[in-house]
Design a protein around this ligand. Sequence first.
Ligand code: ADP
Ligand code: MG
Length: 568
Amino acid sequence: MNTSQQLRTALLNINHKSYPAYKSVAGSYRFDTYVLGIDHVQGDPFASPSKVHLAVDGKTAGFPGHLFDTTPKRIALQDYLTRRLGRELHRVSGKAGGSGKSGLIFISQCGQEILERSCCEIDPADGSLLFRLEIGFPANGRTINSPELIKILFDFLPVCVTKSLLCKNLPMAELLAVEALCEDQQFIRRELKRLSLSAFVANGAILPRMSGVSQLPMKNAVAFESPKSMEVTLNLPHHGPLTGMGIQNGITLIVGGGFHGKSTLLNALEMGVYDHIAGDGREYVITDDTAFKLRAEDSRYISNTDISLFIRNLPGKKDTVSFSTQDASGSTSQAANVIESMESGSSLFLIDEDTSATNFMIRDQLMQSVISDKEEPITPFISRVRALYEKSGISSIIVAGSSGAYFHVADKVIQMKDYVPYDITERAKEAAKDFPSLHTEGLTYQVPAFNRCPIASGNLKDNDRMKMKVLGKDSIQINRTTVDLRYLEQLSDTEQLSALAYLLTYSAKHYFRKGRTLTQVVDLLEQQLEAKGLASLADSSYLPSNLARPRRQEIFACFDRCRDLVFQ
Ligand code: ADP
Ligand code: MG
C-alpha cells in the first residue's frame, strides 16, 4: 500500500499534463484514519466522475457492536452515516474547481426511506466501514489541475471523515436513537405477523406529504387518529406503549368523499413496506413488507402470464392461460399485475380506484343483466377478492369511494372524513343488506402454476456490452430497450432503478437459463445480495456507488416489464 505522501508527490508530478495522466494515480493510499482507494479515473473532466472509496477499519471507526448486530440495524446505521457524510461533503463539493465536473463530490442522496445502498457498507464481522463516492478530478480544459485535487483529498476529505465517520465525534444520543427506532420498527413488523395484521398506523402519524414533488411531511397536517374499534396498543421495546390503527388481515375498504384523505392513507401504507427516518411522520406506519400496489398500466408488456383467473374467452380466441401482449389494456394489465405479484409472494394487495381499470374492479347489476356473463370476458376483482384471501391468504386494502358493491365482500369498512378515519363497517353492512350482492357462485378458483422461465432476447442477449441508463424514477434502459417502471409506485429512489438495471443485466449474463423459473432466478439474486451485497452485481473492476436494494416485488415487476425477456 502506498502512503498519502506518495499520492501527493505523484499528483504534483502530473500537474499541467494532459488529463489521461490522472490514470496513473489509481491505487490505494494510507491516510491517518482511513485508506483512500482510487478505483477508476474518469477519461476527461466532462465524463462521469472518478470512483473512489474510503475504508475505515473497525477499531478506528469505533462503533459499538450493538449498533449493527442485526441486518436492519446495520442498514439503519449505514443510512445515518451516509446522510452525515453527505452533509459534510455537500459543504465542500465544488469548492475546488475547474472545467466540467471538476471538484464536484457525489454521494448517495438519501430520501425519507431507509434503504440498503452500495454507497456504504459496514462489515458486520469487525465494524469496518467502506464508503464509495465519486469525485470530479479537477482540470482546466483537459489540462490537469492537481493542486485542486490535493485540496480535496488532503484538506476536505480527512475533515469530513473525522467529523462524520468516527464514532467518538458523533452524538451518541443520535446513534442510540437510530438504533432504538430501528428496533421498534422491526418489533412492529414482527407484531404484524403475530397479531395477523396487514398494517399498523400509529396515532399521531403524519401521512400527507409536503407536495406532489416533495416527500417531506406536510406542515400543519391533521395527525392520524385511529377509530376506537380498530385500536391496538403495541408495547415497543424503546418507545413503550404505542396505540394506533391495526388493519386486520382480510379485506379492508377505505371509502369517503373526494379529497378526504383516502389516497393519502393508501400511499402511506404503500411506503410502509420500508422503514422511515425519524421526523418523517411515518416512522410508525408499518405495512406487510410484501405489499404490492396494484394498478392499471395501459400499454405495458406482458409475456406468458396466466390471467385466466380474471379474463377468459377474449375475442379472436386469444389465449389467457398464457397471455402475451406488447400493449396491454387497462384490465389485462391490472389482471397481469395481480397474478405476477402473487408469483412474487405478495400477501397484501393495495388498490386505489383512482388508478384502477373500472371494468377490472366491478361489473354492476344492471350491466350484468344486459350483458350476460358469457359475453363478458372479465371476472372482476370483486368476484375474486374473497377467494384470494380465503384460499391464497392474500389480503386486500382497497380505496373504493364509488363502488358500494364492495361492502358485501369487505371485512372492514373505513370512512375517511376530513382526514380522520371512522369504522363504519356495521353501518355499511346493514345498508348493503338491501342491495343484492354480486353472484360469485360456481366460480372455480385455480391459482396459476407460476413456472414461467425468462429467456433473454434482443438487447439482453448481446451479453458483453450492455450499456445501462436510468431515466429518473421512470425507466431504465439496457442498450436500446427501455423498461418502463413509472407505474411501480413503491420504488422510492432512482438508485433502486440503477440496481434493477444491474440485476437485469447480471441475470442476463449469469442466471437466465432454459428451465429456470423467474422465482428461481430472483431467489438466486436475493441469496447473492444477502451473501455478497449489492456491489457484487458489478463485473467491472470498480463497484458502483449508487445502487439501492429494491424489494423482491420490484425485481419481479421489473423483469416482467422487460420487452427483451420472453417467458416460456
Ligand atoms: P382522496 O383520495 O380522498 O380524494 P387525497 O388523499 O388525495 O384525497 O387527499 C386530498 C388532499 O388532502 C391532498 O392534497 C392531501 O395532501 C391532503 N391531505 C390528506 N391527508 C391530510 C391530512 N391528514 N392533513 C392535511 N391534509 C391532508
Ligand atoms: Mg384519491
